[in-house]
Design a protein around this ligand. Structure first.
Ligand code: HPA
Length: 235
C-alpha cells in the first residue's frame, strides 16, 4: 500500500535512504551511482529509486525544500516503509570564515528558527543531533579517502530569504558553520521515531563573502559528496 505522498508498494525502499532536496538530483544519483536502479515512486514528481551500491541495497529519494516538505517524506519512509537510516545529501550556505566553496560539512547538530522540535517536545528545546554512528562512518570514510570535512553545528532555517540583514553574522558569532533548511527537522524526527539521521552538506554559497558556485561546480561537488557518503554507508 502507498502513503498519501509516496506511491510505492511495501518493501520498495531499502533500510538506508539518501535524501537530496531536488528530485532530479535523486534521479541523477540513481542513474550515476546505483546498479539496477528502479523508480519506486514519482508522486508529485518527487522521484524515489532503489538499487545497489557495492552489492548493498540502497534507496535515494528527493525530500523537497525545507523542513515541512522533507518531514512529510521522512516520516512516511520511516513509519510506513521501515526505513532506518536517512542521510541528507545537500548544499548549504556557509557563514563561518573557515569554510570555502566546495568544502564538506557533517552536521553534528542543527540549530533552527523552526518550531517543529518544540511541537514534538512539549514546548521544550530539543538538541537536534546527528546519529553518532552515521557521523562516525562518514568521517572515517573521509579520513580514508583523505577528504577534509568540517564537523559542527549548522542552522536549519525556514526562510531562505531572511528579513534580518544581520542573520549570517549572528550565526557566525555563535560558531555556526553553515545554513541549510532540513537537518534540524530530520534529526528531531529521527529521535521521535527511533531512526538514525545525518546531513552531509557541500558548501555551495558563502553568505558573508558573497560567493556562489555555478551549476557545473555544484554538480561536481555534489557527486563527490555522494560518492563519499555511499562508500561510507556501504563499506
Ligand atoms: N540558505 C539556505 N539554504 C541553503 C543556502 C542558503 O543560503 N545555500 C544552499 N542551501
Amino acid at each position: 500500500m502507498s502513503t498519501p505522498h509516496i506511491d510505492a508498494p511495501e518493501g520498495a525502499f531499502a533500510p538506508t535512504v539518501l535524501f537530496p532536496g531536488d528530485p532530479l538530483r535523486a534521479q541523477h544519483i540513481a542513474q550515476r551511482f546505483l546498479a539496477d536502479a528502479v523508480l519506486v515512486t514519482s508522486a508529485r514528481n518527487m522521484f524515489g529509486y532503489t538499487g545497489d551500491y557495492r552489492g548493498q541495497r540502497i534507496s535515494v529519494m528527493g525530500s523537497g525544500m525545507g523542513i515541512a516538505s522533507s518531514s512529510i517524506y521522512a516520516t512516511e519512509l520511516i513509519r510506513h516503509y521501515g526505513v532506518k537510516r536517512i542521510v541528507r545529501v545537500g548544499t548549504c550556505g556557509a557563514v563561518s570564515d573557515d569554510l570555502d566553496l566546495g568544502d564538506l560539512v557533517l552536521a553534528l547538530s542543527a540549530s533552527t528558527d523552526s518550531n517543529v522540535n518544540r511541537l514534538r517536545f512539549a514546548g521544550m528545546d530539543f538538541a537536534a543531533g546527528a546519529s553518532y554512528r552515521l557521523l562516525r562512518d562518514v568521517a572515517d570514510q573521509a579520513e580514508r579517502a583523505r577528504v577534509a570535512v568540517h564537523v559542527g553545528n549548522v542552522f536549519s532555517t525556514d526562510l531562505f530569504y531572511s528579513p534580518n540583514p544581520n542573520m549570517a553574522d549572528t550565526l557566525a558569532a555563535m560558531g555556526i558553520l553553515a545554513v541549510e533548511m532540513e537537518a534540524a527537522g530530520l534529526y528531531g524526527l529521527a529521535a521521535e521515531f527511533g531512526a538514525q539521521a545525518l546531513a552531509v552538506l557541500t558548501v555551495s554559497d558563502h553568505l558573508r563573502h558573497d560567493a556562489h558556485m555555478d551549476v557545473r561546480q555544484r554538480q561536481t561537488g555534489v557527486d563527490a559528496m555522494v560518492e563519499l557518503t555511499l562508500d561510507a554507508l556501504c563499506a
